[in-house]
Write a protein that binds this ligand. Structure first.
Ligand code: NFS
Ligand code: SF4
Length: 646
């Protein structure tokens, strides 16, 4: 690593078009090559060819007699215990779903603790989303009469904790309070209503252990259950609590791509997922700006990677530096003083890349440590202290920045974020104050908006960074499909101008542009709404669920009847699998652009891409070609329109 005598990197004239379509990323890959710095793409090459058994999902290590592998073309057909391909694939898929659901439930759990401490006055967080308390209290059946904001926040935090402590056979309160009665009934009949998220995670680990469940179908139903754990104990609970704590997002303009890093300011990059950490870093970076100036910098610049970036974009207007595959590249600019991480999606490699520069990496949670990073254990109580420490570390590092190693790509695009359901309704209310959803519905009925698709999920080194996402969204917008986006796909779309009013003029079909312009102008934006509405982080996929629920409720139909779909074009994380499972449970066609490890079981593949539709109304669409995927989604939207008689 960063040893100039090491001659192992020889792609001097490579153009990196296999790796990424992002010119800023390509420029940094070129710099990495020049400086002999290994990136995730180099490590991907070293992994090739990846194991075919793993790829198909037919290897099992669930007991110490293994590993066992199934031969898809012959013998052996069973593992040592007799588990066949269907069983092994289904078991593995459930463990993946558990991994995702556990990540999101643990994320929500941290937010609950932070809200509780804030409400009790033991942690330095101000409750900024008092306007979210009413709706959340109402759905949970909590009376607000005569209670203070703090009292209500505490009661809501305790209601969330009660779901985690539920020892009865009643389903999770957060789920029944949020989902429509018809969905609750459907899930009840399937026997997949989760009770206590921690218990479901435990039970699923047990169910998949050696010598327990031998029924692939039963295991797949548990996947749906864990998808619901993710949806309601992770996404919905996380978003509701975070909105109460940090405020409901409202539209905000910012910029995206590595060009947001500053040449003359202290650059701090927040990376990971938990706004408890990133919000405090932003707060203290603003408060300590004078110290940075005293140290010779022009100020402090904060930028975000992955979902931490989305969180502070939505509520603080902080620019996005890049998505998952750009995390090492941000450090390779040589201009980052500090990268603060908390949990999820940060590569263990970042400290090695950072060691080639003056960059400090700070870890903040007991479960997310890196051996060569500085560990600042954040708690709700000490967050002010730890954030100051981190920001001062960045200021101190600024003096060590080596100008000879700095190269910041100039690429950046204007991007709007912060489109919560509340904001979308508010924008629509400018057109029709009495009945805000009516203009959207009328335009859907008239065909000016053909349908809507939610884009979510990651980058994955197996596919060219951002390409599938961008190509699909271009096709769909040209066909007047409204797009909402979260997570790393939202970053991708931000980088190429899809989150800006200009993007509407460039990419939206004529009819869609007319609607975006009418709403944007009525809402006082002086131009069209962006054609892609940034709804937040991956946890904020609950906002897409809220939007779908509102549309279905308005029309008096089920979500499964709507002309909508979802897509995770470049998924990598287990969380993307559990989110996708929740979305399928809602009744939505869900496209994935990377083939999940299930093809080793014809049965599991058949259930996920077809049979499950008969149970929930949703199913997975697996398609790696962006244009074919967009066409599949358009066909689906048109079929749903026809069934609705519009
Ligand atoms: Ni979602 Fe966010 Fe990005 Fe994927 Fe990772 S940051 S929670 S998992 S990689 S979108
Ligand atoms: Fe092999 Fe069965 Fe053990 Fe899996 S659980 S490793 S298939 S013996």
């Amino acid at each position: 690593m960063c040893d100039t005598n090491q001659g192992s990197h020889t792609h001097a004239h490579q153009h990196y078009c296999q790796q990424t379509i992002d010119p800023a990323a390509a420029e940094m890959l070129e710099k990495a090559n020049r400086e002999h710095i290994e990136t995730t793409w180099d490590r991907f090459e070293q992994q090739k060819p990846q194991c075919g058994f793993g790829d198909l999902g037919i290897c099992c290590r669930n007991c110490l007699q293994g590993p066992c592998r199934i031969n898809p073309f012959g013998e052996p057909r069973e593992g040592i215990c007799g588990a066949d391909a269907d069983l092994i694939v289904a078991r593995n898929l459930l463990r993946t779903t558990v991994g995702g659901a556990a990540s999101h439930a643990d994320h929500a759990y941290s937010a609950i603790h932070c809200l509780k401490a804030a409400a009790e006055g033991t942690a330095p967080y101000e409750i900024r989303g008092a306007d979210k308390i009413g709706p959340v209290a109402a759905k949970l059946g909590i009376s607000t009469e005569g209670k203070s904001t703090d009292e209500l926040a505490l009661e809501i935090a305790n209601a969330a904790l009660a779901d985690f402590g539920n020892q009865t056979d009643e389903p999770m309160k957060w789920l029944t309070a949020t989902a429509s009665p018809a969905l609750v009934e459907t899930w009840g009949k399937l026997g997949v209503l989760p009770k206590n998220p921690d218990r479901e995670i435990r039970t699923a680990m047990h169910q998949t252990s050696m010598g327990v469940d031998g029924s692939p179908i039963n295991l797949l139903l548990s996947c749906v259950k864990l998808g619901l754990v993710d949806g309601y104990a992770g996404l919905q609970m996380g978003t509701d609590i975070q909105d109460i704590l940090f405020g409901i997002p409202y539209p905000v303009k910012t910029e995206a791509n590595l060009g947001v890093l500053s040449n003359d300011k202290v650059n701090i990059v927040v990376h990971g997922h938990m706004p408890e950490v990133s919000e405090k870093i932003v707060e203290w970076a603003r408060k300590l700006e004078g110290e940075a100036i005293a140290a010779g910098a022009a100020g402090i610049n904060i930028a975000g990677i992955c979902c931490s970036g989305n969180e502070v974009l939505m509520r603080q207007g902080i620019p996005l530096a890049g998505n998952y595959l750009s995390q090492e590249l941000a450090i390779i600019t040589g201009a980052v003083e500090l990268m603060v991480v908390d949990v999820q999606c940060f590569m263990p490699s970042i400290t090695k890349v950072a060691a080639c520069y003056h960059t400090k990496v700070v870890t903040t949670t007991p479960i997310g440590q890196l051996p060569d990073a500085e560990y600042l254990p954040f708690t709700p109580q000490n967050a002010d202290e730890k954030a100051q420490e981190a920001v001062r570390m960045a200021i101190a590092a600024f003096a060590k920045r080596d100008a000879a190693k700095v190269q910041i790509p100039t690429h950046k695009s204007e991007a709007w974020g912060g489109f919560s359901l509340e904001t979308i309704v508010q924008a629509l209310a400018a057109v029709n104050a009495e009945d805000p959803l009516k203009p959207l519905i009328d335009n859907i009925v008239a065909g000016n908006v053909l349908g809507a698709v939610g884009f979510a999920g990651c980058n994955n080194v197996k596919v060219t960074q951002d390409q599938t996402t961008i190509e699909m969204v271009k096709d769909l917008l040209a066909n007047n499909v409204l797009i909402v986006a979260t997570g790393c796909t939202a970053h991708a779309l931000a980088k190429y101008g899809f989150l800006s009013p200009e993007g509407a003029k460039k990419y939206a079909g004529e009819k869609l542009l007319g609607v975006l312009t009418a709403v944007g102008e009525a809402a006082g934006l002086g131009g069209p709404l962006p054609p892609v509405l940034h709804m937040g982080s991956c946890v904020d996929n609950s906002r897409i669920g809220d939007l779908l629920g509102a549309l279905a409720g308005y029309l008096g139909v089920q979500i499964k009847d709507l002309p909508v779909a979802a897509s995770a074009p470049e998924l990598q994380h287990e969380k993307a699998v559990s989110i996708g499972t929740w979305v399928v449970a809602l009744g939505v066609l869900t496209h994935v652009g990377v083939v999940p490890p299930v093809l080793g079981s014809p049965l599991v593949s058949q259930v996920l891409t077809s049979d499950i539709e008969g149970l929930t109304g949703g199913k997975f669409l697996v398609e790696t070609d962006p244009h074919a995927a967009a066409q599949g989604i358009l066909d689906h939207i048109n079929a749903k329109r026809k069934a609705l008689g519009i």
